[in-house]
Design a protein around this ligand. Structure first.
Ligand code: GDP
Ligand code: MN
Length: 397
């Protein structure tokens, strides 16, 4: 689960990290008062969406102006003016997808004078199975470009979970970032704060880009992107309540209500599969036959007919879906339950695209009989390969 920049900064502030003072604004008429509460002489007006690259983004609506989703203002009036231009408009960035994201909140922040922009992140390194600090002297808006063209400028430092964070980690990062004197001390303290926050709150990602050195020579968190492990959210009600459902894919949101493992993708073939491994294999084989999956969906082992019905409804609600492949290898999941769910869903929402069903395993005969006597126009498949070939052929001709 991701949260907004302003929420991330409030959380990091509670752990003791240096962040600027700021105000969240949801209505344009509140902007002047909010900006007036900050010192100036520089204000930064920042669109709050769950996508990075806001500074380099652009708005779909002409009346939002030419600038991106991060704007500097030299007066309270100017800050209010920029807020008004952004609220309710659609910001497109390299992470938002072409449809962009509607800006429902703007964060007005006390502007900082910048001497250097650095990059700092914490993540779980799958290779070393450790939490890793990733840093670069080349922070700011082009980190993707740095990673592509000069990857040697991005350094990482693992932390042994048995010993945890120690000041020497912070010192190594400080030297890698070219920090000196007081800044080294600040860095050691700040990295300790990040590590503590990351572990205590069960984060998956903590990205500070940029971490700045101010003109006064101090370190400061200028942007913050935090991601949390959804499986651990039950331990953190304070974090869970920061969830902004308007930022999430409506189909994924619906799926999460039914505890379905669903991830929306860009392709044209909807997939309903049991088991994450089989779901991955199904997506792979669809690609192999020249089409793209519209989603990942693992209905799980103990799914009920109702759950299968909801899953099917979510798949068909995606207007990119031009065909559906149901691929069930019934072990714990019973084929007749899947069949009943599919039939019930089709009766409720109708079937406007080709449907290929491959059933195998527990209660397969019963499942096939339910499908065959349902009167539905279903293409039967014998195995994974056959199923993939048939659905791609049905969609692509
Ligand atoms: P992003 O584009 O979504 O990553 O948004 P950021 O919060 O990282 O802001 C983008 C850029 O705006 C930063 O890299 C800075 O160059 C600039 N910026 C943001 N806040 C300030 C500020 O307080 N002062 C100044 N001078 N520039 C800022
Ligand atoms: Mn940034």
């Amino acid at each position: 689960m991701n949260i907004h920049e302003y929420q991330a900064k409030a959380l990091l502030r509670d752990f003791g990290a240096p962040v600027s003072d700021g105000r969240v604004v949801t209505r344009a008429e509140d902007a002047k008062t909010a900006a007036g509460e900050l010192d100036g002489p520089l204000w930064v007006v920042k669109a709050q969406i769950h996508a990075g690259g806001r500074g380099k983004g652009s708005f779909k609506e002409a009346d939002a102006g030419e600038k991106g989703g991060v704007r500097l203002a030299k007066s309270v009036e100017e800050a209010a003016e920029e807020t008004k231009k952004m609220l309710g408009r659609t910001l497109v960035t390299h992470q938002s997808g072409p449809a962009g994201k509607q800006v429902n909140r703007v964060y007005i922040e006390d502007g900082s004078p910048i001497a250097r922009e650095l990059y700092l992140a914490l993540l779980v390194d799958r290779q070393s199975s450790r939490i890793s600090f990733v840093c670069s002297t080349e922070g700011g808006m082009d980190i993707e470009e740095v990673a592509a063209s000069t990857p040697e400028k991005i350094l990482s430092f693992d932390v042994d979970p048995a010993t945890g964070y120690h000041p020497y980690h912070g010192r190594r990062i400080a030297f890698a970032l070219g920090l000196e004197g007081q800044q080294v001390k600040q860095c050691v303290r700040l990295m300790g704060i990040f590590y503590k926050a990351f572990v205590e709150k069960d984060m998956e990602q903590l990205e500070i880009n940029p971490l700045i050195v101010t003109e006064g020579g101090d370190l400061k968190v200028l942007d913050a992107k935090l991601g949390f492990d959804s499986n651990a959210l039950y331990r953190h009600p304070d974090v869970a309540q920061l969830r902004d459902e308007t930022e999430e894919d409506p189909k994924e949101l619906e799926a999460s209500k039914y505890d379905l493992n669903y991830i929306a993708l860009d392709g044209e073939i909807g997939c309903m599969v049991n088991g994450a491994g089989l779901a991955m294999a199904t997506m792979d084989i669809i690609k192999l036959y020249g089409a793209e999956p519209a989603n990942f969906l693992d209905v799980g082992g103990g799914a009920t007919k109702e759950k299968v019905t909801e899953a099917f409804k979510i798949i068909t609600s995606d207007e990119n879906v031009k065909g559906i492949l149901v691929n069930i290898f019934g072990g714990i999941m019973r084929c007749d339950v899947i069949a009943e769910g599919v039939v019930a869903a089709v009766k409720e929402v109708g079937l406007k695209v080709p449907l290929v069903v491959r059933l195998e395993g527990t209660n397969v005969e019963k499942g096939k009989e339910i499908i065959n006597t349902s009167g539905l126009d279903v293409i039967a498949a014998d195995d994974l390969k056959d199923g993939a070939e048939k659905i791609v052929k049905a969609v692509k001709g």
